[in-house]
Design a protein around this ligand. Structure first.
Ligand code: THU
Length: 127
């Protein structure tokens, strides 16, 4: 699957976001070690801190489907030109060995960063 296709899957997922409070719809897609793709969207809550990020939902979807390692993750919002994963989601990605994160560049083109660039020295080494 190309980066563009993965971003398109994440964008499609964002249409089902429950972004009642922020109005910021976010979609994510991850590729598991099996090659399967799992998507998620943000799920907000009146108790704001109970909100789930799109990446958390996509990663949960993958892991609860039996994946134990992930390769590439994509995150996108139809409401924001360029969205980077939050710090907690970077850590969630590190837990499952995500190598690369694809985002939408300023002109709509896929741009990717390694997770090491986004989260240098992640807290996983003690495991
Ligand atoms: N959000 C995500 O889904 N992923 C991120 O990486 C950053 C933030 C969501 C959470 C919340 O529903 C909305 O964006 C505003 O913070």
């Amino acid at each position: 699957m190309t980066d563009q296709e993965l971003l398109a899957a994440a964008l499609a997922a964002s249409e089902l976001a429950y972004a009642r409070y922020s109005k910021l719809r976010v979609g994510a897609a991850v590729i598991g070690a099996s090659g399967a793709v799992y998507t998620g969207a943000n799920v907000e809550n009146a108790a704001y801190s109970s909100t789930l990020c799109a990446e958390a939902v996509a990663i949960g979807h993958a892991i609860a489907s039996g994946e134990r390692a992930l390769e590439t993750a994509a995150v996108i919002s139809p409401d924001l030109t360029s969205i980077f994963p939050c710090g907690q989601c970077r850590q969630r990605m590190a837990e499952f060995d995500v190598q690369r994160v694809v985002m939408e560049g300023p002109d709509g083109e896929p741009v990717s960063h390694t997770l090491e660039e986004l989260l240098p020295g992640s807290f996983t080494d003690w495991r």
